[in-house]
Design a protein around this ligand. Structure first.
Ligand SMILES: NC(=O)c1ccc[n+]([C@@H]2O[C@H](COP(=O)([O-])OP(=O)(O)OC[C@H]3O[C@@H](n4cnc5c(N)ncnc54)[C@H](OP(=O)(O)O)[C@@H]3O)[C@@H](O)[C@H]2O)c1
Length: 245
């Protein structure tokens, strides 16, 4: 059982391009990080190695967040090693093109179960631990500004992110005053040409601040939320003004 005075973060999706940077930065801010991965075992091992340079008691576990039982298993593993939970970052997510009239049941289930159902049950498990603690804990969900845009080719993804933003508010109201629950909605930060509909140039044209986001933009917002004691139930867009268009 690792318990010192050191804060502990449970994070899903730390093998992601952005997720990996977030996990590392949270470790750099004094947290021991317990993170989950699903299919990227090798990447997870490399991420853990880097995190352990900063935060040696950090750990990882495999967890398919689309399965309620796997989430329960990951939290059971967490409890074996840690007896406090200061921060949940729910970042695990799937993202791919699904033209509206061709969306299959499999695609719907895969995207909505991973993104929305997975985030819900992860938050539920985290709250069970956090609500017994005598100090303020925090939950940060990672959503997407596309929850507020009307994209024809990503409905299960954008609907799931909109659902998480709503859940963020429900959890914030239910869990106050002991747990602060907020969401960060990034605009485009990383580009995967196979998954995007627009080119990078086209994307930048739609952003008033004329650049894509950088992982550091998201990390600075997480740091801000970790230092804030009077913000809950908010969705913070970090998008260079993209939603203004
Ligand atoms: N990157 C951007 O530009 C951007 C823009 C807007 C919003 N966001 C949001 O920011 C967050 C982080 O983005 P990212 O770039 O790190 O995403 P990413 O590179 O696509 O990584 C996705 C992460 O989710 C995990 N995951 C996927 N399916 C899973 C499942 N069934 N069970 C458990 N984990 C699963 C992956 O784990 P494995 O690889 O181990 O399977 C990986 O860690 C996401 O919520 C994303 O929607 C990102």
């Amino acid at each position: 059982m690792a318990l010192s005075g050191k804060k502990v973060c449970f994070m899903t999706g730390a093998t992601g391009i952005l997720g990996g940077e977030i996990a590392l930065s949270v470790a750099g801010q004094g947290y021991t990080v317990f993170f989950t991965y699903n299919s990227s075992e090798e990447k997870a091992a490399k991420t853990l190695e880097k995190i352990r340079w900063i935060s040696p008691e950090s750990r990882m576990v495999r967890c398919d967040v689309s399965k309620r039982s796997a989430i329960a298993g990951a939290f059971a593993a967490f409890r074996q090693h840690f007896d406090r939970l200061d921060l949940l970052i729910a970042s695990a997510s799937n993202f791919y093109t699904t033209p509206l009239l061709d969306v299959t049941e499999e695609e719907w289930d895969n995207l909505v179960d991973t993104n929305l159902k997975g985030t819900f049950f992860t938050m539920q498990e985290a709250v069970k631990i956090m609500q017994k603690q005598s100090f303020i804990a925090r939950i940060i969900t990672i959503t997407d500004i596309s929850a507020n845009l009307v994209w024809r080719n990503f409905a299960p993804y954008t609907v799931s992110k909109a659902g998480i933003q709503h859940l963020t508010k429900i959890f914030a109201k239910t869990c106050a005053p002991g747990i602060l629950v907020n969401s960060i909605a990034p605009g485009a930060v990383t580009i995967n040409p196979e998954k995007e509909m627009d080119s990078e140039e086209e994307m930048i044209k739609k952003i008033p601040l004329k650049r894509l986001g950088d992982p550091l933009d998201i990390i600075k917002t997480i740091t801000f939320l970790l230092e804030s004691d009077y913000i809950t139930g908010q969705v913070i867009s970090v998008d260079g003004g993209r939603l203004l268009q």
